[in-house]
Design a protein around this ligand. Structure first.
Ligand code: HEM
Length: 482
């Protein structure tokens, strides 16, 4: 604490043992939802992160706050971020220990959490699995679950229920898609892994409240034990899937991510350039947790914005007609021509970024101008704060304007290149971003070809942080067949 203070960082005063958590929780309890669509504002920073919005006004865009006994350096200033990260390689960054412990059952030692030379090795094996050729082969595993969801919608509508909670529906479908693309669902073990992963996710969402507080796991003992038990079950199932694949290995990998990683690792459990069996298990879990809710939320928030902006819904449908046509089979090579859809996706990721923050931990002292960030400092980058900063985006920052990506495809006209970070930054940028782009285009194409979406008076707008940025009360929309 003294070292950080001496270095000149300001911030709210912490108390022992909760740090600033009490203030954070109290400001979260303010009723922030608006009913119906008329009062919807995209100016969400002060509702998603009320405490950060308040502290920014007092302490600026870089300051220290405390989660329990852990200090965090808060950053919502792209220039500071650029200077801080310019001299640090991907492998030299750490991830906060406090989150590693908390999210161990989800990510284990998978790519999200691993560090140093191990991170280089994991990234080296995993990156080629996401190559365009491999992704192309996965497009089909996206069509079937989406078609099943859309058929269900058609049945609901024809039985007189046009209002559908699209968030719930899309999250289930995206879970199914990521399970198929990660480890396959063709046998009952794959499906059991998927069901257990979902159960664990629900358990962990309810027990993340006291991150950083000493002895917090004892406060949520039941949930901690439950997550551990589910984690063991998932590990056993994945181990037996890998074992079965190893025994029937004939040199041609199955075209899912596990198959591709096994090919890169020759499945003999050795370290070195490949991944061990234990690490393969952790990567399957990592893909599931890092990959399905984020993509589902990108699609969910898109449907909200398209329901609010029917002219964009119309434009996308027109583009789909021109680029993809009516064929049942979606030709992978044509997806890259869905340019307007890409602008819409980026604008949605800007306004409602599913990953609302990025995290690091310094593994050495880092110098930024006259300041030293001491080794061990946790770092919290407020992505929502930067994506909604009028100083970076201009006066229309809170308006849905996909065309801002027409002239500046990469940064949408943001005044600083590090002000738009939906997939993080530097060497640790999201490895799944191309898979996401493909899934987004396939699923949205199928949805927009069959249905139109309009607002429902039952929607309550309350974007909330529950690890990711979610609509707290789901997203009921009126869905109509075309
Ligand atoms: C809209 C969808 C997605 C969003 C918004 C998103 C966002 C992010 C962000 C912000 C990071 C952290 C980057 C950093 O710390 O600099 C990340 C990392 C990661 N993401 Fe994604 N992601 C998405 C989809 C996916 C998918 C589909 C997968 C895998 C199937 C995936 C796998 C990963 C992995 C493994 C990492 C860790 C990379 C590393 O540390 O080297 N993500 N993602």
């Amino acid at each position: 604490y003294c070292k950080i203070k001496k270095n000149g960082f300001g911030g709210p005063t912490p108390s022992f043992p909760l740090g600033n958590i009490t203030e954070m929780k109290n400001s979260n309890n303010v009723n922030d939802s608006s009913s119906g669509f008329s009062g919807i504002s995209h100016d969400i920073h002060s509702t998603a992160f009320p405490y950060f919005a308040k502290w920014q006004m007092i302490h600026g865009k870089v300051f220290i706050y405390w989660l329990g006994t852990e200090p965090f350096l808060y950053i919502a200033e792209p220039e500071f971020l650029k200077k801080m990260s310019s001299g640090v390689l991907g492998k030299s960054w750490g991830k906060p220990m406090v989150f590693k412990r908390d999210r161990m059952p989800m990510f284990g030692s998978g790519l999200v959490m691993v560090e140093g030379d191990d991170w280089v090795r994991h990234r080296h094996v995993i990156t080629p699995a996401f190559s365009p050729t491999n992704l192309k082969a996965m497009a089909n595993s996206m069509v079937e679950p989406t078609t099943m969801m859309l058929n269900k919608w058609a049945t609901l509508i024809s039985s007189g229920q046009p209002e559908i909670d699209v968030e719930r529906e899309i999250t289930t479908t995206a879970g199914e898609i990521i399970a198929r693309t990660s480890f396959g669902l063709s046998n009952h073990k794959g499906r059991k892994v998927y069901e257990t992963l979902r159960a664990m996710q629900i358990t962990l969402f309810n027990s993340n409240r006291y991150v950083g507080v000493p002895f917090s796991k004892w406060l949520c003992l039941k949930k901690t034990l439950e997550a551990r038990k589910l984690g063991k079950e998932i590990d056993q199932l994945l181990l037996s899937i890998i074992d079965a694949r190893t025994k029937s290995w004939d040199g041609t990998p199955q075209k899912d991510l596990l198959g591709l990683l096994m090919e890169g690792s020759h499945v003999d459990g050795r370290a070195g350039k490949s991944l061990t069996i234990r690490e393969l298990v952790d990567e399957c879990k990592t893909f599931f947790f890092a990959g399905h809710e984020t993509t589902a939320l990108a699609l969910t928030w898109t449907l909200l914005l398209l329901a609010l902006h029917p002219q964009w819904q119309h434009q996308l449908r027109e583009e789909i007609g021109q680029v993809i046509g009516d064929d049942d089979e979606i030709v992978y090579a044509r997806l890259s021509n869905l340019k307007k859809m890409e602008w819409v996706m980026k604008e949605v990721l800007r306004i409602y970024s599913p990953a609302p923050n990025a995290q690091r931990q310094a593994r050495e002292d880092i110098k930024v101008d006259d300041l030293i960030i001491p080794n061990g400092t946790n770092i919290w980058i407020d992505v929502v704060g930067m994506h909604h900063d009028p100083a970076l985006w201009g006066a229309d920052v809170n308006e849905f304007r996909p065309e801002r990506f027409k002239d500046d495809n990469l940064y949408g006209g943001c005044k600083h290149k590090m002000g738009f970070l939906p997939f993080g930054f530097g060497g640790r940028m999201c490895v799944g971003r191309n898979l996401t782009m493909m899934e987004y285009k396939v699923v949205l194409t199928l949805m927009l070809r069959k249905f139109s979406f309009s607002t429902s008076p039952n929607y309550r707008h309350s974007p909330s942080i529950l690890l990711s940025l979610r609509p707290r009360h789901g997203l009921p929309l009126i869905v109509q067949p075309l």
